[in-house]
Design a protein around this ligand. Structure first.
Ligand code: OGA
Ligand code: MN
Length: 213
């Protein structure tokens, strides 16, 4: 073994958190993790999304990609803003540091060939929802893993609604409350899911995708 290879082999450290997520995804197609980000980063990101929403920077989301774009409020009612990693502020850079570390780990251990990522802020006002769907477009299958990161505060209750429901094949549906700091990761091309109607307040998140070329 060359010195460089040896150094790489020795310097690789297994990450128990990432290993758990990877095992979950291999076994059931999704993973739910409540400790992916620090609490302080989550509260900084919450402040960030609320400021942007208040300043009307988030726009009504469309269905599909640019080729077949249309706004259908019968399908989804959220407001989004894409986050430009090149122009990220300190808070957003910390977010992308965590994402990139996870992505690099996946590439090293699972040879996933993840090259890009795209993430957006999402606010679902009261009364909105996102009907059952999968996250890949007919003319673009580069999205491999979906990641949803919830930025609600600790007062988000069951009565607020807005659950994420996953529909794994051969398993019962899984109902997930959008609690602060919770991250849900799943296979974009396979797993059907929906966002239940928000009954109270507004639901805050960052959603994104790890993509191949
Ligand atoms: C999406 C999506 C889930 C959620 O934006 O495609 O399914 O819980 N989001 O916000
Ligand atoms: Mn989705």
């Amino acid at each position: 073994m060359s010195t460089q290879l040896l150094t790489n082999a020795i310097s690789f450290e297994e990450n128990p958190l990432y290993e758990t997520i990877i095992n979950d995804i291999l076994e059931q197609g999704f993973s739910i993790c409540d400790v992916f980000f620090t609490e302080s980063l989550i509260s900084d990101l919450r402040e960030e999304i609320l400021t942007r929403y208040t300043q009307s920077e988030l726009k009504k989301a469309a269905i599909g990609n640019r080729v077949n774009e249309s706004i259908e409020k019968e399908i989804r009612g959220d407001y989004i803003q894409w986050i430009d990693e090149q122009k990220a502020n300190t808070t957003e850079s910390q977010f992308f540091d965590a994402i990139n570390s996870f992505k690099n780990y996946l590439n090293k251990t699972c040879f996933m060939g993840l090259l890009h990522q795209e993430f957006h802020y999402a606010v679902y006002p009261q009364g909105t929802f996102y009907k059952k769907h999968i996250d890949t477009f007919q003319n673009d299958d580069r999205r491999k893993l979906s990641m949803v990161c919830y930025l609600n505060d600790e007062f988000w209750e069951d009565s607020n609604g807005g659950e994420l429901v996953l529909y794994p094949e051969n398993l019962e549906e899984v109902v997930i409350r959008p609690l602060p700091g919770r991250v849900v990761i799943f296979e974009s091309q396979i797993l059907e899911h929906e966002v239940k109607e928000i009954l109270k307040d507004k639901r805050l998140s960052i959603t994104g995708w790890l993509k191949t070329r």
